[in-house]
Design a protein around this ligand. Sequence first.
Ligand SMILES: Nc1ncnc2c1ncn2[C@@H]1O[C@H](COP(=O)(O)OP(=O)(O)OP(=O)(O)O)[C@@H](O)[C@H]1O
Ligand SMILES: [Mg+2]
Length: 307
Amino acid sequence: MTVPQQAEAGPTTRPAVEIVGVRKQFAGRSRRAPGRLALDGFDLTVAPGEFLCLLGPSGCGKSTLLNMLAGFSRPDAGQVLADGQPVTGPGPDRGVLFQTPMLFPWLTTLDNVLYGPRARHQLDAEARARAVELLGTVGLADAREAYPHELSGGMRHRAAFARVLVNRPRLLLMDEPFGALDAITRVAMQRFLLDLWQRERTTIVFVTHDVEEAALLGDRVCVMSGSPGRTRAIIDVDLPRPRSIADTETLEFVRLKRRIREALEAEHHDGDGDDGDGGDGGDGAGRVAGVGPAVGHADRSAGEGAH
Ligand SMILES: Nc1ncnc2c1ncn2[C@@H]1O[C@H](COP(=O)(O)OP(=O)(O)OP(=O)(O)O)[C@@H](O)[C@H]1O
Ligand SMILES: [Mg+2]
């Protein structure tokens, strides 16, 4: 049932993320109310520098996973490792971007960006210079002294980006960061993220509902099933980089989207609870690897071959 891809990473290449046999149950509202098994037997490995998209139906446990990677919550069973270390709490090595940008309304854009260095007592000239440079990179050089309420939605997202990037995170965790944006701003933010990733090669775990977004951005797409959340399929995105929104009109792209959608729809056809048959299948046009409850790959080629 499970057909793992061959891990090409050598013994010295440590995965950026390793999630092994993770289970997470939420308690019911009262003692009698049943608890909710959000994740069970979830495995995933992300290679350094890889752009991994997590896609799945609402409630399948995407945010639960990201929260555990961020260190906001702990698994009930299994392991969550970042850079080979168990995640025990939040840290500046992992930057988190939510759907709604997190900015302090009483701080200027620049002071919002400097929040991390200040909190760590590292507010030196280097940190200031980096914050100013980052604000330039995200196109907010002229908005340094503006407060969040004076920024547009897209500008707030870019400010939140700079705020996370100033900490030089090794891992960027993004939970539907562009879901609430209008189509034009969303495309601009996707372009910005692709440029940034192309330059910095930060490992990214990106949660989205949007098949097209996953195919445009990711090296691989992890399609999840729900109730409880598990890996349904891992789909390699073998499209050349750099990518742009124009690529979404190519035949290859449309085929890829169909493969991803089929994996998602197989999930819905399965109904609740039982996804153990592993029967979504690929269409042969590409690799739909690893169907079933336990799939984890350190696929270095996915990360490195995507220039
Ligand atoms: N703090 C919590 N208390 C109780 N149940 C929770 C809690 N957080 C999540 N859950 C439950 O765990 C399951 C997974 O939730 P999660 O937020 O991870 O889903 P998701 O995949 O991010 O969904 P969406 O795409 O809608 O954001 C859901 O059934 C949800 O009701
Ligand atoms: Mg969510």
